[in-house]
Design a protein around this ligand. Structure first.
Ligand code: ADP
Length: 392
């Protein structure tokens, strides 16, 4: 028998062995099941509405889903096995590439922590795509053995944001003109330019003037919010005496404060000269003092303290009001946040004041912070650098 034939006969005999046949069948079934699981997993990852890129422990790409390929404009072959930070370029909003060490993927691999950050990806066609990136390390016995990045294309959301900002800005501009018209007519009416008013008429005209003032303030706040959101809020700087400004604002609040039977003290040096946008800083201080009074029960005390240090002016507004729970403090500086408390329904408000205050103070290179104890009161402190270009 030829050698070839002998081998063939042995193979046939082995295949005839029932035990071996069972093993081979089981192996084939296991392979089919593995292929099935793999293709189901791939189908699942591919139908994910977010980009997914998996890497090994050094950041080499081991898997990319269809969404990521389409969003970035790459082919699977051109990404697989390449070093992620080098192949897919991430930038800031000005197209400046992010240094490798600050890339979320590298941070996740080196720290073993989940990293979530906003950035821009440079697409194959050269355009930038705003993304929210979340990278989770894959830990094997506590050591990163790779990472999985999920990113979301924010292009549509950003376009919607721009459209929303434009709408708010346009609507507020359109609303301002008629509201200003009403203001001038009401003030002529109140001043008796159209004839003397009875007690009752005067009372209602004053109410209308007050309500129109609130409406104009809201429109102004919305316009400023739209400017902040589009990065167009600019300062109109000039030297001004902040101590004088503080005295003026506190006296403007005199009526509201005495109506609530509150006491207000001001402690300040005679002058505190600063390069400042007077109208905007007045708005900030006005908001802090108004809040201190609004959120303090009848009979409480409010202290406004201005201090000058070497390169710094600090203004603290301290109240004995309802206070703010520690976990809510970061929220109060964001848009439209109003915390429910025993006074919030009675006093009204828009939740825009502190958002604008923070942005305005930061544009001046300063900072705003609050310390508070629920039920005992709050102290809002603004720090402003007196040397222009300085930061605190
Ligand atoms: P508004 O006062 O118009 O609601 P703000 O942005 O000025 O908006 O304030 C946001 C929220 O922060 C307020 O609704 C209130 O819940 C809380 N807050 C602000 N100042 C104080 C304060 N001095 N004491 C207690 N809570 C305050």
């Amino acid at each position: 028998m030829s050698n070839q034939k002998t081998k063939q006969t042995l193979r046939d005999r082995r295949l005839g062995d029932p035990y071996l046949k069972k093993l081979l069948d089981e192996l084939a079934a296991a392979r089919a099941e593995r292929d099935e699981v793999q293709s189901r997993t791939a189908a699942m990852l591919n139908s994910l509405g977010e980009g997914l890129i998996a890497t090994d422990d050094q950041g080499k790409i081991t898997m990319v889903n269809d969404y990521a390929l389409e969003a970035l404009g790459y082919t699977y072959e051109s990404l697989l096995g390449t070093w992620f930070p080098k192949t897919v370029i991430a930038t800031d909003q000005y197209s400046r590439p992010l240094p490798t060490l600050v890339r979320p993927i590298i941070k996740a691999l080196t720290t073993g922590q989940t990293i979530s950050e906003y950035a821009y990806y440079l697409k194959r066609d050269g355009t930038l795509m705003p993304v929210l990136i979340t990278v989770s390390p894959v830990l094997a016995k506590g050591v990163p053995s790779g990472a999985i990045e999920v990113f979301r294309d924010l292009t549509k959301e950003r376009q919607l944001d721009v459209a929303k900002d434009e709408f708010v800005s346009l609507a507020s501009h359109q609303l301002r003109t008629p509201a200003t018209g009403v203001k001038s007519i009401l003030s002529m009416l109140g001043a008796g330019d159209f004839g003397p008013l009875s007690e009752m008429q005067k009372k209602f005209v004053d109410k209308a003037i007050h309500t129109n003032g609130r409406q104009l303030q809201l429109i102004e706040d919305l316009l400023n919010v739209a400017l902040v959101d589009s990065g167009k809020l600019e300062l109109d700087l000039d030297y001004a005496d902040l101590a004088g400004v503080v005295r003026e604002i506190t006296s403007d609040h005199g009526d509201a404060i005495s109506k609530r039977e509150q006491e207000l003290t001001v402690s300040s040096p005679d002058t505190a000269l600063l390069l400042v946008d007077l109208a905007k800083m007045t708005m900030v201080l006005d908001n802090l003092i108004s809040n201190a009074s609004k959120y303090t029960p009848t009979g409480g005390k409010i202290d406004v303290t201005l201090k000058k240090y070497k390169d710094l002016i600090t203004i603290a507004v301290k109240d004995q009001g309802v206070g703010i729970p520690a976990e809510d403090i970061p929220r109060i500086f964001t848009k439209f946040t109003r915390l429910p408390n025993e006074l919030s329904t009675a006093v009204g408000g828009t939740g825009l004041g502190l958002f604008l205050a923070k942005n305005i103070v930061e544009l001046h290179g300063g900072s705003i912070a609050v310390t508070s104890k629920p039920g005992q009161g709050s102290t809002f402190t603004i720090k402003l650098p007196t040397k222009w270009g300085g930061k605190v």
